[in-house]
Unconditional design. Structure first.
Length: 122
């Protein structure tokens, strides 16, 4: 398997599975926010271009799907390479911090709580 070190196992880089899943979550939250804003704009009687708003929301929902699927695929590639950047999958592999590449959980260790993960990355 992979040896533990303070440096980490290579650098997962910006295209890590965790980052793609963060992008998917961001797109989904933006789409929901635009939907709520659109419902609020329905109450205003003027010619607001709702088609543009709907097109942006559809593009964000499409981005959510694409980023999610790519993130899952990259997660499988990371697992094949012997590590993961995902916080709740592949417990049998060491978990790397997606920005620095440092090992934050050894293979087989229990998953960290979200508060513990935030304190470790600072």
């Amino acid at each position: 398997m992979v040896a533990r070190s303070s440096r980490g196992i290579g650098h997962p880089h910006v295209f890590s599975a965790a980052n793609f899943l963060r992008l998917a979550t961001g797109c989904m939250l933006l789409a929901i926010g635009l939907a709520l804003a659109g419902f609020g704009l329905l109450l205003i009687p003027h010619g607001f271009p709702y088609g543009v708003l709907a097109a942006i929301m559809l593009a964000l929902m499409g981005g959510t799907i694409v980023f999610y699927l790519v993130g899952r695929t990259v997660g499988v590639w990371e697992a094949r390479a012997g590590y993961t950047t995902l916080s709740n999958r592949y417990r049998e592999l060491p978990q790397l911090e997606s920005r620095s590449g440092k090992i934050i959980r050894s293979a087989g260790d229990p998953y960290r709580s979200p508060a513990h993960r935030r304190s470790e990355t600072r």
